[in-house]
Ligand binder design. Structure first.
Ligand SMILES: Nc1nc2c(c(=O)[nH]1)N=C([C@H](O)[C@H](O)COP(=O)(O)OP(=O)(O)OP(=O)(O)O)CN2
Ligand code: ZN
Length: 118
């Protein structure tokens, strides 16, 4: 069984390694959308894989670091592409959620990435 919980955060960023004429070389902001997907067996007594509240508890400290921040100032996010943000979230959530299957990060309604730990 797969289960997911979705979150969002607002942050500013720019991409330091693109050419100066790329639009993302300039500081701008996104409402980032994050989907945390887990996969595991259904507990026959509880009737769930993991309590959604457990997923929320694992996410909240990361939201505190990311929300309303300049992402480039955060250690590990000096080049905050959606890909690097997804890996950054994965590395911090996997130890807390062993059943984690993927992290999806969307920068806009039409652009995003999915990282599955490899
Ligand atoms: N592979 C990636 N490509 C781009 C990333 C990224 O993280 N990974 N990031 C950006 C910029 O952050 C940009 O703000 C978002 O890009 P884009 O989808 O082009 O945004 P728009 O809303 O301007 O898209 P339109 O559909 O063209 O309006 C760029 N690329
Ligand atoms: Zn951007």
């Amino acid at each position: 069984m797969e289960l997911y919980k979705e979150f969002s955060f607002d942050a500013a960023h720019f991409l330091p390694n693109v050419s100066p004429d790329h639009k993302c070389a300039h500081m701008h902001g996104h409402t980032y959308y994050v989907r945390i997907l887990l996969e595991g067996p259904l507990d026959p007594v509880l009737g769930w894989v993991v309590d959604f509240a457990e997923v929320k508890s694992a996410w909240k400290p990361l939201e505190k670091i990311l929300d309303h921040k300049m992402l480039n100032d955060i250690v590990g996010l000096e080049n905050p592409t959606a890909e690097i943000i997804a890996v950054w979230i994965w590395e911090r959530m996997k130890p807390k959620l062993p059943l984690l299957k993927s992290i999806e990060v969307k920068e806009t309604p039409t652009t995003g990435v999915v990282y599955s730990g490899k």
